[in-house]
Write a protein that binds this ligand. Structure first.
Ligand code: NAD
Length: 253
């Protein structure tokens, strides 16, 4: 039956940056669909762990700074201690720095691009090596952005990183489909999280954003639940290299 192909029972998912925001919403959605969760965070994912365990699923708390490329292969090794396998990687952790392009610093550029793009690639590489060693295939879901499609204002490094995420999603899908690995991305629209707190608090920008969203509201972490379970499950086995916008219609305007 079709709904069985969305089931994730017996699968293990790594979700980066799941102590809050969109990562928390996606970790809970995957757990509701049956997956055990490896959460990779810098700070304690206390609430997420309790909610996943309340669903009867296992949760492994892996503490890492995802800005450190050399630490990434060890994440996959540590993740294997939960169930002995990895089936899904959700590359969610990300940061944004706002500054006029004319004043943007090299250190802000490096911080954003290293975490949001370079290390998304290298964690995907580490996961794919494990999928290939297991011989099971796997699912990689990268978190892109509206700024994978648009230029944005005062966020040049973020735009570069998220445009790059859409590019590597296609590139990796091309190389790894033959191993049964699906690489896709979700491009959230304007979502109410800590990442966008400054925009939500700015009455002028907030009004302009709301006016342009056909759905007439900011998105929430729960809005990513259906798309992430789809892309993490056998229901999407023939979807490769695509970036799905979950944006209340923003890009359709
Ligand atoms: P958030 O700030 O609430 O969460 C970001 C997560 O990344 C947190 O868990 C944080 O701890 C983690 N993180 C940051 N730096 C890290 C590091 N060095 N090592 C480990 N973890 C680190 O933001 P969010 O809105 O939930 O964003 C999640 C993802 O969605 C990001 O990639 C973001 O760019 C993307 N996104 C968000 C929106 C939005 O409107 N909120 C829109 C499009 C894309």
């Amino acid at each position: 039956m079709i709904l069985n192909s969305f089931q994730l029972a017996g699968r293990t998912a790594i979700v980066t940056g799941c102590n809050t925001g969109l990562g928390q919403g996606m970790a809970l959605a995957l757990a509701q669909a049956g997956a055990d969760i490896v959460g990779v965070n810098q700070s304690a994912p206390t609430e997420t762990m309790a909610q996943v365990q309340a669903l009867g699923r296992k949760f492994l708390d892996v503490r890492k700074n995802l800005s450190e490329t050399a630490a990434l292969p060890a994440i996959v090794q540590e993740a294997l201690t939960l169930t002995g396998r990895i089936d899904i990687l959700v590359n969610n952790a990300g940061i944004i720095r706002r500054e006029d392009a004319i004043n943007f610093t090299e250190s802000d550029w490096d911080d954003v691009v290293n975490l949001n793009l370079k290390n998304v690639f290298f964690l995907a590489q580490a996961a794919a090596r494990q999928f290939i060693a297991q011989g099971t295939g796997g699912k990689i879901v990268n978190i892109a952005s509206m700024l994978s499609f648009q230029g944005g204002v005062r966020v040049p490094a973020y735009t570069a990183s998220k445009s790059g995420v859409m590019g590597i999603t296609r590139a990796l899908a091309n190389e790894w489909a033959k191993h049964g690995i699906n690489v896709n991305a979700i491009a959230p629209g304007y979502m109410a999280t800590a990442n966008t707190a400054a925009l939500q608090a700015d009455p002028v920008r907030n009004a302009a954003i709301m006016d342009r969203i056909p759905a007439g509201r900011w998105g929430t972490p729960a809005d990513l639940a259906g798309p992430v379970v789809f892309l993490a499950s056998p229901a999407s086995d023939y979807v490769n290299g695509y970036t799905v916008a979950v944006d209340g219609g923003w890009l359709a305007r």
